[in-house]
Design a protein around this ligand. Structure first.
Ligand SMILES: [Zn+2]
Length: 568
């Protein structure tokens, strides 16, 4: 085919020939098919858009045979446009820009190719920081398709060795599903699985099986593989529908997100979502896309097939917000169609019987907050501001105070536990403001069995923090410095590596700095295991006995210091 084109080009005039060569070249550049990022057989441990706490998964996770150190290669020609090292999130991550306007991303790496590794190390020593971000120019690290760029790892927020891989639109930053490019290398003949449905009677407008509360219904499968809802469902008025479903693939026991969801009523599409790409700024809309309360309480994901008015997620293609209206005494036929990237399809058919029922109405109490307006609540020791765009639906805010004489402040119950789209300012009174060092105060959010430190700024008997959730809060102090403990100290000299564990009880590790005889040395930090490690580096460290000094600071400014004579 290519040869044919060349023959044709050679037959035309030189000027035209140059033009045509240009066109042919452009075509070749655009047509470069990506190779796989590793040469081992590929299986996924996570797919694109799968549901995670607070975000959609932005890439595909390749298994790495349960170990780190698998060679990783550039999937197309291009240049390294960004290198990021962080104890959190992507860990060691590499970004390659390609001439076709896409960027490939490789995350949780163990280490980079030597010349990139050197540049990273230099930056870490000049900035005296483990976490660094490099944006090399186009000419610094050009790469060819298939070139070794890194080794797979388990760095950052990774929960086990794997390679997180993404394709992005370089200009817009939109992440796209990479799986369609690798369908030939990864087998999937299994359709998505359905576990249950959930019906959501709309407030004062709908009722399901005699109740105004949300209700879940199990799905059973008969011998022929047909799925159905076991119970007869009756309803009246305006109802939302949700589904609990996940995808599966061949030869793995992992579960994945469902790529495409269609809900039909009497043959008409009510709701349609397709997870083929998304913008990072949309990722937190997952808190409205799923049943957030169900996720928080039971760690289970019901996907709502209707959109709340404040949900601007751009994978939803809802018709009339996906809310169905049951207003006739007849049987309504509903059908869910679930698809994966390979077009393996599951269907769930179920009926809802229209049954006229009086819908009980209890007038809501509290302060009315509109999702599309700036909202403020002031009173009972609380000052809360929720700017427009942070609620997914209108709500009535009820504030209650539970006094606690032995604490600095009472427990402030600020509304039901609901998610906010971004951080909103909340200021709390400290009625028992007796702690001398005001900088140690922090707002603490009280969840079910856990407390999370939000910190905050103290001002005249009050403290202001930012929160992305409503619920229960109080004010506490963190006066305890982090704890530093040596790990396998007897091996340090033999293994030429210093290992320490650093933990903090409340506000968390904020920063740390290690020196040998007063000179900065690089400690790598793995936040999930709380381990700091310093490997002997012959270019930057001296041999023999020297003084190790490590200072660790927590979120409230408490410092711990560790000093020790060591020998490399
Ligand atoms: Zn991932």
């Amino acid at each position: 085919m290519k040869d044919m084109k060349l023959v044709v080009i050679m037959a035309v005039k030189p000027v035209v020939r140059v033009l045509l060569f240009g066109l042919l070249f452009a075509q070749v550049v655009q047509a470069q098919e990506p190779v796989t990022p590793m040469s081992i057989p590929l299986y996924l441990s996570g797919n694109f858009g799968e549901l995670r706490g607070g975000h959609f998964h932005s890439g595909i996770d390749f298994k790495t045979q349960e170990r780190t150190g698998q060679p990783v290669r550039a999937v197309k020609d291009g240049f390294v446009s960004r290198v990021n090292v962080s104890p959190y999130g992507y860990g060691n991550a590499l970004y390659i820009n390609h001439p076709d306007g896409t960027t490939s991303v490789y995350a949780h790496l163990e280490r980079f190719a030597p010349k990139i590794e050197t540049a990273v190390r230099n930056r870490q020593y000049t900035t005296e920081s483990f976490a660094v971000e490099l944006y090399p120019s186009e000419k610094t690290f050009p790469v060819k398709q298939g070139e070794r760029i890194a080794w797979s790892g388990n760095s950052g927020g990774s929960g086990g060795p794997h390679l997180h891989f993404e394709f992005r639109n370089t200009k817009t930053g939109k992440v796209m599903d990479a799986l369609p490019y690798y369908k030939k290398q990864i087998l999937d003949t299994r359709p998505p699985q359905v576990q249950g449905i959930r019906l959501y009677p709309q407030f004062s407008a709908g009722i399901v099986s005699g109740k105004i509360q949300n209700q879940s219904f199990d799905v059973s499968t008969d011998k022929a593989g047909r799925k159905s809802v076991a119970k007869t469902l009756t309803a009246w008025g305006k109802i939302g529908v949700g589904i609990k479903a996940y995808d599966v693939m061949n030869e793995t026991s992992n579960i994945y997100g469902v790529n495409e969801i269609i809900l039909k009523m009497d043959g008409k599409v009510i709701y349609h979502s397709l997870m083929d790409g998304f913008y990072f700024e949309d990722s937190r809309y997952i808190n409205s896309y799923i049943d957030w309360q169900e996720w928080i309480e039971n760690k289970s994901f019901y996907i709502k097939s209707f959109t709340e008015p404040g949900n601007k997620l751009r994978i939803n293609l809802p018709v009339n917000q996906g809310i169905i209206t049951i207003n006739e005494e007849k049987v309504y036929h509903l059908e869910y169609i679930l698809k994966d990237v390979y077009d393996n399809t599951s269907r769930l058919n179920f009926n809802i019987e229209g049954k006229p029922t009086r819908i009980p109405y209890t007038p809501p109490s509290g302060t009315y907050f509109a999702y599309n307006k700036d909202n403020t609540f002031v009173g009972q020791g609380v000052n809360l501001k929720i700017p427009a765009g942070n609620l997914y639906t209108d709500t009535y805010l009820q504030v209650g105070v539970i006094p606690n004489d032995t604490a600095f402040a009472p427990v402030y119950n600020i509304g039901e536990r609901i998610p906010l789209h971004s951080y909103c300012p909340v200021t709390l009174d400290i009625p028992n403001d007796i702690f001398p060092d005001k900088s140690k105060y922090g707002v603490v959010q009280i969840g079910r069995g856990n407390r999370s430190w939000l910190g905050g700024k103290y001002l005249n008997g009050r403290i202001q923090a930012k929160t992305r959730e409503l619920g229960s809060f109080t004010v506490e102090t963190d006066n305890n410095p982090p704890v530093i403990r040596p790990v396998k100290e007897v091996d340090w000299t033999a293994k030429q590596q210093i290992l320490l564990r650093i933990v903090d009880d409340l506000s968390g590790i904020q920063s740390y700095k290690g020196t040998l005889d007063g000179r900065f040395v690089l400690f790598e930090y793995d936040a999930k295991s709380n381990i700091l490690s310093c490997k002997y580096d012959s270019h930057r460290m001296k041999k023999g006995e020297q003084t190790l000094r490590l200072v660790v600071t927590d979120g409230a400014g408490n410092q711990a210091e560790y000093c020790k004579q060591i020998e490399f």
